[in-house]
Design a protein around this ligand. Structure first.
Ligand SMILES: [Zn+2]
Ligand SMILES: [Zn+2]
Length: 257
């Protein structure tokens, strides 16, 4: 029942996460060009031709950019919610399969995905609980705030991929225009380091061995600051959890589940 996953890259320039078990493989998001996704998959020993499905969390370009070409070139099915499907068609001329429904399980061979809605300023945004047998990984890369319902999705996980977008003070002091600062800080924007770290401190158990901090802002955050905040909140909670900030340009280490 074991499987592996790898954050191929994460940030406002593109997001994609690969999951595979030797028989089945799929992507959550395709926010890089098709060529770049294929190149990064090759780096971790996954053949793009073997990718069975692409699940698009929402229509923002950093999550959907490469989905149409990837589907056309490699034949992978692209799945999203009916709401997001409308936008994928109008923005990217992508006719996806609108078969994802928040709260409803979706099976890909031995994997079961359960999308759940998160607050973000797209038409609709979902995170994913990925199960294979009793193994569990939960992913949410774009969310404005943490609700108790979303927090519960991160409990009892073997691994977690959670947004840690910005340091609030860096954002406030930084170069972004006021409207953009307000957007990021809003309830439907992006999750700050402190919100992410506080969430992790309430959901991590001895079972949780890996945490990937996702969607770090290049202007309003640094990997060191995000990591420091997470470790501060996690000190005394788990000695065995490995916390790693994801990078926009560097493929993360493969995580074995
Ligand atoms: Zn994003
Ligand atoms: Zn987004």
């Amino acid at each position: 029942m074991s499987f592996e996953f790898c954050v191929l890259g994460s940030g406002s320039g593109g997001n994609s996460i690969a999951f595979w078990d030797g028989e089945t493989s799929f992507l959550i998001d395709a926010g890089f060009s098709c060529k770049e996704i294929a190149r990064r998959l090759d780096m971790i020993g996954v053949d793009a031709k073997d990718v069975d499905a692409v699940f698009v969390s929402h229509e923002h370009v950093d999550h959907a950019r490469g989905a149409r070409v990837f589907r056309n070139r490699f034949g992978s099915d692209v799945y999203c919610t009916p709401t997001v499907d409308t936008w994928l068609y109008s923005r990217y001329s992508l006719a996806a399969s609108p078969d994802l429904l928040p709260g409803e399980p979706f099976d890909v061979n031995g994997f079961r995905l359960r999308p759940f809605e998160v607050p973000h300023d797209a038409s609709q945004t979902v995170g994913f609980v990925v199960n294979r047998g009793r193994k569990k990984v939960t992913v949410a890369t774009d969310l404005g705030h943490m609700s108790s319902a979303v927090r519960n999705r991160f409990k009892n996980c073997d691994a977690i991929v959670l947004e840690s977008n910005h340091d609030v003070q860096m954002l406030k002091d930084g170069p972004y225009p006021i409207y953009l600062k307000k957007r990021i800080l809003s309830k439907n924007g992006h999750l700050s380091n402190i919100e992410s770290a506080a969430t992790l401190s309430t959901v991590i158990s001895d079972r949780t061995k890996n945490v990937i901090l996702a969607h770090l802002s290049r202007e309003n955050n640094t990997p060191a600051i995000a990591l420091k905040e997470a470790k501060k909140h996690l000190s005394g909670i788990s000695r065995t959890v490995k916390v790693v900030p994801a990078d926009q340009f560097v493929v993360c280490d493969i995580v074995k589940i």
